[in-house]
Design a binder for this molecule. Sequence first.
Ligand code: ADP
Length: 431
Amino acid sequence: MYNSRLETMPLEELRALQNARLSSLVKRVYENVPFYKQQFDVIGLHPEDIKTLEDIHKLPFTKKTDLRDNYPFGMFAKPMDEIRRIHASSGTTGKPTVVGYTEADLGVFDEVVARSLACAGARPGMKLHNAYGYGLFTGGLGMHGGATKLGMAVIPVSGGMTERQLTILQDFEPEVICCTPSYAQTLADELEKRGIDTDSLAVKYAVLGAEPWTEAIRSQVERGLGVRASNIYGLSEVIGPGVSQEDFEEQGSGSYIWEDHFFPEVVDRDSGEPLPYGEEGVLVFTTLTKEAFPVLRYWTNDICSINYDPNGKRTHIKMSTIKGRADDMLIIRGVNLFHTQVEEVIHMFDYLSPNYRLLVDKKGAMDKVTVEVETVANVEPENEDLRGRLKKKVKDFIGLSMEIVLKSPGSIPRSQGGKLSRIVDRRVKSV
Ligand code: ADP
């Protein structure tokens, strides 16, 4: 454990720390960010009204549109001469949002990523193959800083140029790799194509995040790279990667949210009402310690649940796997659909690999989904029995009838280094 005092802090102490941090945060944003002052004034809220976490629901949500309206630096709570770095979100869902960090913020970033890497199996003295993109995206530099803080040797490979990634994996012998899960799939595929035995590689741990993924991809990547794979979650508006991390020895039980810095809530996506632990809704974060770019109740749009794990090594709350972003959810003939649900069904079939995509079309007044999925090596895609069984399972588990097209291995587009979009929505064009 990187910081056992903080990671195993008794809940009562953690709450006291969070309460103190929350009330000072609220004062800071009220005094320094005109957007927040105006929001408070409109509803007649005073910073003194927020004394503990019990009062947090009185605060309005902050949404991505608020950040865009204040583009680029309007949400900063510190003058530019105290800002040491500027990043932007990947812009997956539109105009990117711009975030800033003071020196202290970069220290927090390093700390939470160091904790995350240790939680994923990394140790001082190991080498990190960092295949997250460097640049405005927080992934590359974020992982870099945390790994340095942990005492690792960072190999700043960045995303893409797969041939070079393979050479580095073989020659530099990193024990840990971090990248998007879809790019880990690409690397696993390429190793297999070249007949490179994973026993010849030093890599043992993979830290995967920046996009939704399920156990289907975990199995494929663990086998294909010869690693233990764990989930890292984050978003630039909160800090970047390292908001939460799954322990490699507690796989499948959720990812610890470093809640001494990032206070989570899960709320109903329609009413915004807080939901009890264990119920699925929109994840919302309040950054308790950020100086340059603090956010109050930031609406991530990511769908998951949170809960404490009495069997976990740490005391911090865990979040479940992200099902998807609320705005990526398809509504097909009245049924809500995330692509991760299809991924889970694919995982039930040994002869299918989690290389898939969903094509969405409009046929007359009806929306139609086609699942294109690859078979594993040596299994012919012309397999009516397999196709029929998948179609039935999809219908049974998701409640929707979908067209199934089995494809040969390697025929569905792969991640070239970053996030992979698994939904091709052709409805606008085909209307
Ligand atoms: P953008 O929102 O433009 O993609 P970011 O690069 O900051 O910008 O990405 C943050 C988003 O990526 C999160 O809000 C979430 O939707 C997704 N994400 C990050 N990590 C994970 C993860 N481990 N699992 C699922 N989704 C993730």
